[in-house]
Design a protein around this ligand. Sequence first.
Ligand code: NAD
Ligand code: IPM
Ligand code: MN
Length: 357
Amino acid sequence: MKKHILVIAGDGIGQEVTAVGKQVLERIAGKFGHEFTYDEALIGHAAIEATGNPLPEATITKSKASDAILFGAVGHPKYDNDPSAKLRPEQGLLGIRKALGLYANLRPIKLFDELLGASSIKPEFLQGADILFFRELTGDVYFGEKGRNEDRSTAYDTMIYSRYEVERIAVKAFEAAMTRRKKLCSVDKANVLESSRLWREVVQKVAKRYPEVDVEHQFIDAAAMLLIKDPRRFDVVLTGNLFGDILTDEASQIAGSMGMLASASVGDTIGLYEPIHGSAHDIAGKGVANPLASVLSVALMLDISFGLKSEAETVLTAVDTVLKAGYRTRDIADGNTSSEKILGTEAMGARLIAELN
Ligand code: NAD
Ligand code: IPM
Ligand code: MN
C-alpha cells in the first residue's frame, strides 16, 4: 500500500516522541511491504518563530495533500506565562482541527496489564478497564465568540453547540458502542447549561436509533468522580470539547501516565493522530519523554486511516512485549523497576524497533 504521511512534530517533546512514531511507521512499512512517503510541516511556537504564524498556509496545503497526519504537540512556557500574547502556539492546533473538519477526537484508555502498578489507583479497581472517549473537537467554548469589554475589565468565552454538531459526533460514538460492550455514557452539565440541555436532547434522540445500546447521562462533576471511583463502569464516553479535554487527562492516570494516551482526530476526510499530552517543557530536551503515546497514535493511524488492522495489532503487541520485558520510561516506572530497565525516549524507541524486526 502507498501512503503519504505528513509529520507535524511541533514543540517541546513533540519533536522527540514523533521521531519515534515515525521510526515505527518506517519499520512497519518495511516489514509489511508498504511504501510510506513523508513530508514535514511547521506548527505552534516553532512556526511562529520561523514564519510569524502558528499555522502557516503551507501546513494546511501539505495536510490536505496527505493521507494522514502524525502530530506531536504545541506549546511554550513563554506564552503560558504571558496572558496578553496575541499569537499563541495553541492557535495552530485549534486552527488545523477546524480547517480539516476534525470534529471527533477518539481517545482510547488502553490499560496494559503490566502498568497496573504505575497508576496511583489501586490495581483491583483498574484491572480490565477499557474506555473509549469521543471528545467533540471543533465546537464548544473553544470556538464560540470570545472577547473583552471596552475597558478590558471583563472577558467572555461563549459555550455554543448546534444540533448538527452534537448529532454527528453522537452518531460516531453510538456506532463505536455497537462494536464494543454496547454501553454509552454521555457527559454534560445539563442541570446548569443551556448548551448541555441541547446536547442531552440530541443524544437522547440519536439513542432511539440504537435501542441495543445501554445509555446513561452523567453530569461532568459526577463523571469526574466516577472515573476514579470505578473506571470499569465505562465503555464509550461521549462528551463536549472542554469536558473531554479535562476528563481524558484525568483518565490518563488509569493507563498510568499522560505518556500512554494516544488519540485520533477524525472528521469526514483525513485523520490526524496525536498524543493527548502537550509539549511538556519540564522534561523537553532531556530525552526522557515517553514515546508510547505517539507510537500508539501510529497504531490508530494504521487502523483507522489505512485499514491496516494486522499492522496496527503488530504495533500494539510490540508495545506490550517491551512492557512485559520490564522496560519503562521514567513516567511509568514504579518501585519494582530496576534502574537499568528505565529507558530514555530513544532507547525505548530502539527496543520497539528491535521487537518489530
Ligand atoms: P503536558 O501534557 O505538556 O504535561 C503535563 C505533565 O505530564 C508534565 O509533568 C509532563 O512532564 C508530563 N508528560 C506529558 N507528556 C509526557 C510524556 N510523553 N512522557 C512523560 N511525561 C509526560 O501539559 P502542560 O504542562 O499543562 O502543558 C505544557 C504545554 O503544552 C502548554 O503550553 C500547553 O498549552 C501545551 N499542550 C499542548 C497539547 C497538544 O499539543 N495537544 C496538549 C496539552 C497541552
Ligand atoms: C489537547 C490540548 C489542546 C486542547 C490545547 C493545546 C489547545 O490540551 O489536545 O488536549 O485543549 O484541545
Ligand atoms: Mn488537553
